[in-house]
Design a protein around this ligand. Sequence first.
Ligand SMILES: Cc1cc2nc3c(=O)[nH]c(=O)nc-3n(C[C@H](O)[C@H](O)[C@H](O)COP(=O)(O)OP(=O)(O)OC[C@H]3O[C@@H](n4cnc5c(N)ncnc54)[C@H](O)[C@@H]3O)c2cc1C
Length: 322
Amino acid sequence: MNTHHSDILVIGAGPAGLHAAFYAAWRGLSVRVLEARGEVGGQLSALYPDKRVYDVPGLPGKRAAEVVTHLLRQLDGLNVDMRVNTVARQLEKVDGGWRVSTDGDTFTAGAVILAAGLGTLLPRAPRVPGADDHPDVRTDFPDAAGLGGRRVLIVGGVPQAARAALELMDAGAKVTLTHSRALFRGSPMTLEKLEAARTGGGLEILALARLLRLTPQGAELEVDSAARSIGADTVLILGGYLPDLSPIGTWPLDWRGDYVPDGPGGRTALDGVYVVGDLAQSGGDFKLISVAFAQAAVAANHAAHHVMPELRVRPGHSSEKR
Ligand SMILES: Cc1cc2nc3c(=O)[nH]c(=O)nc-3n(C[C@H](O)[C@H](O)[C@H](O)COP(=O)(O)OP(=O)(O)OC[C@H]3O[C@@H](n4cnc5c(N)ncnc54)[C@H](O)[C@@H]3O)c2cc1C
């Protein structure tokens, strides 16, 4: 296990963390972002990727997933190292800053910006009889390239289920998509493509269907009151994502319920640790992307000054700089 140092360590790659990373890196600091999930974007990617968002400044009516794409684009060319599948678990004071431990590597930084939102948005565990008997049960959006040529059963109606079905079909997997309701969630374009794939025979859809149990060879379902066995090399159970603050819940941050109190500049009770976004108490009921952006801009500039006192807190105008 290695230790990696950066000027600033951001925890969480939702809109607050991504914008904080931008600002700190744009001020010339090295930034590392730790994200528990396999993809960045926080709630926008996990909970509502296909919904249109109307109140993000400058991007009216974009789908949430597109907002994330734009936030990432703003990091192009900046010194930001993004670590996905990495849960921050311990925080300790060290000389010159803070050390954050994960299940693997350890990260040190002069300042930490906490942008953990509602907590880790990790997949729900499968609650299906026989889940331990099947050799390849997964609960998160897969890397489609690794599943070409395999028989994949996808269970669930969340937007990721429809998207996974189409991506896996395109990658050459033999896909069966099943859900306990008749309707799947997703963008109109995704749902149109899904219907076209179904009528064109590219994949099979079984809905309404009840997943009864998994077997070593696949699954047993009830479809239209009749039992049906499906052979599957991989079973993908997409049941949504659960917020969990427990990995950072014991950090001495003077917690107020699910909030961390934030003073001027996003300061917390710990010197050199800042909080932004949905986790910051000052936002209160205003759990909004635009509020997260403003908090991130303020905290990142204070954190930059904390790490490099020769940098002024105020960033100046980006329009005046190259
Ligand atoms: C259905 C829905 C619709 C919404 N619509 C709108 C809207 O139209 N307009 C609007 O402004 N807002 C909307 N919101 C709210 C908006 O999504 C949130 O305010 C915003 O996502 C908060 O950003 P954040 O970065 O603070 O937190 P999050 O988006 O929650 O991101 C936090 C990230 O931190 C990661 N994380 C947490 N703990 C750890 C850890 N220990 N280690 C590593 N990573 C960790 C999580 O995995 C997550 O990716 C909506 C929310 C929902 C649920």
